[in-house]
Design a protein around this ligand. Sequence first.
Ligand code: GLU
Length: 499
Amino acid sequence: MTTVRTRIAPSPTGDPHVGTAYIALFNLCFARQHGGQFILRIEDTDQLRSTRESEQQIYDALRWLGIEWDEGPDVGGPHGPYRQSERGAIYRKYSDELVAKGHAFPCFCSAERLEQVRAEQMANKETPRYDGHCMHLDPAEAQRRVAAGESHVVRMKVPSEGVCQVPDMLRGTVEIGWDRMDMQVLMKADGLPTYFLANVVDDHLMGITHVLRGEEWLPSAPKLIKLYEYFGWEQPQLCYMPLLRNPDKSKLSKRKNPTSVTFYERMGFLPQAMLNYIGRMGWSMPDEREKFTLAEMIEHFDINRVSLGGPIFDLEKLSWLNGQWLRELSLEQFAAEVQRWALNPEYLMKIAPHVQQRVETFSQIAPLAGFFFSGALNLDPALFAHKKLDATQVRQVLQLILWKLEALRQWEKERITACITQVAEHLGLKLRDAMPLMFAAITGQASSVSVLDAMEILGPDLTRFRLRNALELLGGASKKETKEWEKLLATLESAPISS
Ligand code: GLU
């Protein structure tokens, strides 16, 4: 019997997402339950967006939760390299094979031509997709142009009609029409593969037997299935896990809910409780008990108990469960966990430089800088009264800064400052006009230690969370305001950043 092998394949392009931990947990449980292996592969073919910091954060977040993998970039294994950016030659070989077999073709179309085709299709109310222009080139001629170094991508051929039967472990067979599929780009002009080619090639070469991935990938399943067919490879079993949702049922997104695992660590959740809660996303123990460990989940795991109704990720429920876990710790364990959380040398060393010069006794630390050890703050709306700005402008400044910081990828003091400055200047203000609002939202006080440093230390999620809370306390943004301010944001995006 073949050994069950599952994997997660996160792209290291942002904060370590709760959704990644969720998919990882179910893949881990499935593999362990069958005595199999669980692999971590890093899908970093998007050179612009992938970073090593984000990759490290994924490892840290999963390990914090207690999720371990048998093979991966950092632990090695017999099927490496496990980072797609190090597997370029492999993808080229398989792309060439598809072209040689006539299942894929080089495409030389310019961005302008593609845009024009798209515009015409839209005008005719057709689904925009590639029109097959280069598919009809003489193969020898196409090869000559490739050899001459002409810029091109490689596209896969797809049937133009009929339906693809997608076998899903949870839904049975799902039928998806080929008329909705584009001739997917497999290799980009920069010579790197897209998700589709790299994912199929790697799952095959890494011996993956079962792929449990998020439901958002279901619509693209036909392309993957076709690629397995073109290569003549056995397809792994597919399982599309239900999407996590906000309490209002929308897709879990950081604009509504903190989505980074790091946020929950900073908020002082116990990793075991967090993992327990993630395990309850669409799944339940046979006896419906709410509190269980990873070992218990593995012991009783059954993929058929996954229910497809969108599981809701709710901060309040998570907090309740965490409370249950906390109360069952011994006092010694409780004290040790508190220390590990934020009274550890590493965190105190981050705060020390900002506090040491401002206190005369240790007992002044908590009143001055207690916000470093808090989650949501008890904010006083009076703190947001502003000398120059009326209440609407205050909300506008907070909202624009929040949006800018939601998009900020490298969380460093200089970049945070640049975002705030840019918003302030765009509204005809100075950085120092925006600062009282930052102090109020982030520290809950009119003044404290340097708030820009504090934002860097608190990290992106906690900072955004507090800004969001402040904005909500002041009444949020109406639909009309959101529209207007989004326009303003767009003009701001195109404005140069002054440093
Ligand atoms: N790189 C994809 C992601 O970031 C992997 C999806 C899959 O599991 O195939 O979610």
